[in-house]
Design a protein around this ligand. Structure first.
Ligand code: UD1
Ligand code: CA
Length: 454
């Protein structure tokens, strides 16, 4: 099939400079949701009609399989589809989607396409208790005969509850002929795509309909209120799917997945967590409250305690992270690693059983196994111009409040005394300390406050 996505409208009620279809739902532009669903139908082409916001839409979403066609000015939904006409192959039907209706399922569109076959027109409709604002589906003897817009409808027509979702599929050759004879002689002086329904009936082309599994599949975004409502619906659907799989969610209403979250068995997630990009939580992983985890893999039975920020990192099996830990891109932790509160790791690896339990910065470092990094330790990885690496070999013990001035290596089994500023390699197995020797001065007198003179 051909797919045409209408995305030229301005979205005035969003009160934003950003074109409406670029506003994010679950971290992804509204239009990208529609494009991804369209792609899942394997169409031969996808044509996006844009207009408002200049080149923002094509420049943000450009891809090899998309054709962007400008509609300027915007004279209605029929006029929008007209812009796509040169792009559409006559041999296959054309599916029209809206760029601001993000949650339509592929299954619903497939059933609509089945209704249409190759030579019929099919419209996706829903019954609404309050149909105000929508185009109404007018039927005679149960067959659809036309669609009338709210502003053009008679009182009797306004009482019809079955509405046009806007999504339809039509035989392309006939569609092109109908589009060329549209007029804008109506209440809004627009070229209505919906006028093609009566033309099909006139030409003896059967008009069918299909209904979505859920009404929210057809809801559009016109305001931030509606965007927030759809975000909640979408997140609740994701949460329900995780629950179905056996994931324990402390509260399915307090989870945000902005991407793909893959969970093993017996995963537990506390409230307020945000998952972005692709995150994998292996069997038995526990994530505490209020963690933000992005593009990360957490292996078996690791525990992420509350308030952690993890970005492009791998956490080994049985490891314990946080509370209040930050794992930055390039962090790779082995099994049973402990990264505690206010510890930041960047572009660094930790071997199995190593620990940095409190207040440390470990950047551009290769840390071996069974290493203990004391509180307040800092790898001085940046000299103001270049980054350098710190290597800490197996079984080393880094005393608290040490600075490791990279490039530098701490040998296997070495001990650094607390407060060491390490500027040269520390040999394996030895104690290295760099601090002034402690002195005590007996009989020293504290200064006393002088009396004030008037
Ligand atoms: C349209 C339908 C109405 C349906 C409703 C569902 C027509 C005439 N009416 O009405 O029957 O119940 O959708 O929401 O089709 N757009 C363009 N270019 C334009 C005009 C619109 O790209 O010139 C895009 C908009 O960005 C939007 C979609 O088409 O994504 C629908 O436009 P909108 O103005 O919201 O249509 P409605 O008047 O609500
Ligand atoms: Ca609308």
């Amino acid at each position: 099939m051909n797919v045409v996505i209408l995305a030229a409208g301005m979205g005035k009620r969003m009160q934003s400079d950003l074109p409406k279809v670029l506003h994010a739902l679950a971290g992804k532009p509204l239009l990208s949701h529609v494009i991804d669903t369209a792609r899942s139908l394997s169409p031969s082409r996808i044509c996006v009609i844009y207009g408002h916001g200049g080149d923002a839409v094509p420049s943000r979403l450009a891809a090899d399989d998309l054709r962007f066609v400008i509609q300027q000015p915007q004279l209605g939904t029929g006029h929008a589809v007209m812009q796509a006409v040169p792009e559409l192959s006559d041999d296959e039907p054309t599916l029209v989607l809206y760029g601001d209706v993000p949650l339509t399922s592929a299954a619903t569109l497939t059933s609509l396409a089945e209704q249409a076959g190759s030579d019929k027109l099919a419209v996706l409709t829903v019954n609404l208790a309050d149909p105000t604002g929508y185009g109404r589906i007018v039927r005679e003897n149960a067959r659809i005969v036309r669609i009338v817009e709210q502003k053009d409808a008679s009182a009797a027509e306004r009482s019809i509850n079955e509405v046009n979702t806007g999504i339809l599929i039509a035989p392309t050759k006939a569609l092109k002929a109908w589009l060329s004879s549209l007029s804008n002689d109506n209440a809004q002086q627009e070229y209505y795509l919906t006028d093609i329904i009566a033309m099909a009936v006139r030409d003896g082309v059967p008009v069918e309909s299909a209904q979505p599994a859920y009404v929210w599949e057809t809801l559009g975004v016109n305001s931030k209120v509606q965007l927030a409502e759809l975000e909640r619906i979408h997140q609740r659907n994701i949460a329900d799917a995780l629950l179905e799989q056996g994931v324990t969610l402390a509260d399915p209403a307090r989870l945000d997945v902005r991407g793909t979250l893959v969970c093993g068995r017996d995963v537990e997630i506390d409230v307020g967590c945000v998952f972005e990009g692709r995150v994998e939580l292996a069997d038995g992983v526990k994530v505490g409250a209020h963690c933000v985890i992005r593009n990360a893999t957490v292996l078996q039975r690791a525990a992420i305690k509350p308030f952690c920020h993890i970005d492009e990192a791998t956490v080994g099996a049985e490891s314990q992270i946080g509370p209040y830990a930050r794992l930055r891109p390039g962090t790779v932790l082995g099994g049973d690693v402990h990264i505690g509160n206010f510890v930041e790791v960047k572009n660094g690896s930790f071997g199995a059983h190593s620990k940095a339990n409190h207040l440390a910065y470990v950047g551009d470092a290769t840390v071996g196994s069974r290493v203990n990094i004391g509180a307040g330790t800092i790898t001085c990885n940046y000299d103001g111009a270049n980054k350098h690496r710190t290597i800490i070999e197996d079984d080393a013990f880094i005393g608290s409040d040490s600075q490791l001035v990279a490039p530098v290596t701490v040998g296997k089994g070495a001990t650094l005394g607390a407060g060491t500023t390490l500027t040269k390699d520390a040999p394996a197995g030895a104690l290295t300390v760099s601090r002034a020797r402690q002195v005590s001065i007996a009989g020293w007198q504290r200064p006393v406050k002088q009396k004030k003179q008037d």
